[in-house]
Design a protein around this ligand. Structure first.
Ligand SMILES: Cc1ncc(COP(=O)(O)O)c(C=O)c1O
Length: 304
């Protein structure tokens, strides 16, 4: 639990809604949420680890980071962050929303204290499904934000064998249909050799970011893979757009004129386009995007 003066370190690549959750919690507890600046472009995972630990102080109680960041689509080295955090008695809390389904998530091997994810992005399960993992050592103090039948020790619904599950699993009368269908989603991927599908998608993502960068003439934010074999992205990638471009207008034109629905993201006021290839996408989708960008970008690129 956070106390006044405590600090939580996140990166400046995190999903806004999660940052707000930390801001909210820290404000309630008199703690501070600090955003570590991760300099881009990155060339090695060690740089990310160093940037995060540069923001750590003796008051740091938790480090929060995404397994795969939303806006910049980068896989972060959570194993190494979790390992160093544990050495220093700091809790590691990981947002896996874009990793589950794209990357293997072996929670024991990752060594994190807490990991949460939805299942509707890359696992192809319905919205509303997801999971919260907490290492057994953290079960005793973790509270559920919703108090229901399983919360109070001594209540007939309280499971003494696993208070953590007891507090979190039963949260009033909920629609559990999405949860019940998650195993079918996992089976669906297993039966279709999804590793091969992921790799096919990765090839398209690599090509998309190269072709967009060739149009804008700007450098990428990371290599595809670092020399030590660390891969920065898989099915989702970003590519730099010309500086000063009106991202909202580009997004609007891509949809209105070409029916291409795609996020335009940003980092330190620099615009990027984020491509995502899922099993249902084909090369035709990539070609449609490129044809649209080739038509639209030249007329929108500010003169330098
Ligand atoms: C990195 C990341 N974390 C968390 C979320 C939030 O997921 P949900 O809206 O399912 O709670 C998202 C959604 O886009 C995300 O990209």
């Amino acid at each position: 639990p956070l106390a006044p003066g405590d600090e939580v370190v996140g990166t400046d690549l995190e999903y806004g809604a999660c940052e707000q959750t930390w801001e909210w919690l820290c404000a309630k507890r008199g703690a501070r949420y600090i955003k570590a600046h991760v300099p881009l472009p990155v060339s090695s995972p060690d740089e990310v680890v160093a940037a995060i630990f540069a923001a750590v102080t003796p008051r740091t109680r938790a480090i929060f980071l995404s397994h795969v960041t939303s806006g910049m689509a980068l896989r972060l080295p959570i194993e190494e962050v979790a390992r160093r955090a544990r050495e220093q008695g700091i809790l590691s809390v990981v947002d896996g929303a874009h990793a589950v389904g794209q990357w293997p998530v072996d929670l024991d091997a990752l060594g994190v204290d807490c990991y949460a994810s939805n299942f509707h992005k890359w696992l192809c399960a319905p919205k509303g499904s997801g999971f919260l993992y907490a290492h057994r050592d953290q079960h005793a103090w973790l509270e559920s934000p919703i108090v229901s039948w399983g919360w109070v020790d001594g209540n007939a619904h309280f499971r003494t064998d696993t208070p953590f599950v007891s507090r979190n699993q039963m949260q009033g009368t909920r629609d559990i249909a999405a949860f019940l269908s998650a195993p079918a989603a996992v089976r669906y991927l297993e039966e279709r050799d999804w590793e091969t599908v992921r790799e096919r998608c990765h090839v398209l993502a690599v090509e998309a970011r190269e072709r967009v960068a060739a149009l804008s003439g700007l450098p990428q934010v990371s290599p595809v893979e670092s020399p030590e074999g660390y891969r920065w992205f898989r099915q989702m990638a970003i590519a730099p757009l010309p500086h000063g471009i009106d991202g909202a207008e580009l997004k609007r034109r891509l949809y209105d004129q070409f029916r291409v629905e795609i996020p335009i993201t940003g980092w330190t006021e620099k615009p990027f386009i984020r491509v995502s290839f899922q099993g249902y996408n084909t090369r035709d989708d990539l070609e449609a995007l490129m044809a649209a960008l080739e038509q639209v970008l030249p007329s929108m690129t500010p003169a330098t």
